[in-house]
Design a protein around this ligand. Structure first.
Ligand SMILES: [Zn+2]
Ligand SMILES: [Zn+2]
Length: 276
């Protein structure tokens, strides 16, 4: 079987799997489900690249071969600071975990983040979320991968299945692609772990989480996720761009556990700091 034939067969299988799990008709799926780039996103991305020449750090604009120069990686990645192992919030003291996780432990066993969702790092998320910059999203996945071996010790064996937080079909059509999937691909490629965007699906949509007050975010996600056809008793690494209230990770994690996962860990590029 040629590579092209194999890829076409894999795409047909992915579409069929998505259809079975979502209950949608084939006509309701984007043409290249699960990954599409509508012309508007491609144009916006091209304009962004034209305004910001290659070889410049996205944050400080100094010459850099990577999207972030090494100085900005150190300054904003906060590699020396400790994070809560359950929710990835920065720990202000020598506590083993944060007060919120001590009171209400999340369903996932571990959470890891590369940095905090604060200016100017929030610009990176805007680029991958609304600018269609899939290459930056994959690079951020590789950056996040560097954090995992020290933060997740010992690493599970066999390696975890990397699963992105899914978008609903409606949101996927609007946005054109799922930035969490691109981040997950970059992370999985860097660590040579298996990655699959078809095992967790979003079957019910509501308002965007970011548009809701924290108190309403959990209710907005009830029954939103379904996991299916997971490898028996596997460990799953759930990947997203940002974690704020933790509601999305919590509901996706519960769906993965209902679907047969043995345990779930979470990795996000940026973590919204806890309110003080
Ligand atoms: Zn820089
Ligand atoms: Zn915590």
């Amino acid at each position: 079987m040629s590579l092209r034939t194999h890829r076409c067969a894999a795409q047909r299988e992915a579409r069929a799997t998505g259809l079975r799990a979502t209950g949608l008709r084939a006509s309701e799926l984007p043409a290249c489900f699960p990954l599409t780039f509508p012309p508007a996103h491609r144009l916006l991305h091209a304009l962004t690249r034209a305004l910001l020449p290659e070889g410049r750090c996205r944050l400080c604009a100094l010459p850099s071969r990577a999207p972030l120069c090494s100085a900005c990686q150190c300054a904003y990645g906060l590699p020396g600071l400790r994070r809560c192992p359950r929710c990835a919030s920065l720990l202000p003291d020598a506590a083993a975990r944060c007060g919120a996780c001590a009171l209400h432990p999340p369903a996932h066993v571990r959470a890891m983040a590369w940095g905090d969702y604060v200016p100017p790092l929030d610009r990176l998320i805007a680029s991958v979320k609304f600018g269609g910059d899939a290459a930056l999203a994959r690079w951020l996945g590789g950056l996040l991968a560097q954090r995992l071996p020290p933060a997740w010790s010992p690493l599970p064996h066999p390696p975890p299945l990397v699963v992105p937080v899914p978008l609903s079909m409606q949101r996927l059509r609007q946005r054109g692609y799922n930035q969490a999937w691109e981040i997950a691909r970059g992370l999985a490629a860097a660590l040579q772990w298996p990655c699959d965007c078809q095992r967790l699906l979003r079957v019910r949509d509501g308002p965007a989480q970011s548009s809701l007050p924290l108190a309403r975010r959990a209710a907005n996600l009830r029954g939103a996720f379904v996991a299916h056809a997971l490898p028996r008793a596997c460990t799953v690494l759930l990947v997203d761009d940002v974690m704020t209230s933790g509601s999305t990770a919590e509901h996706a994690c519960r769906a993965l556990l209902r679907g047969g996962a043995r345990e779930v860990a979470v990795a996000v590029v940026l973590r919204t700091p806890a309110p003080r």
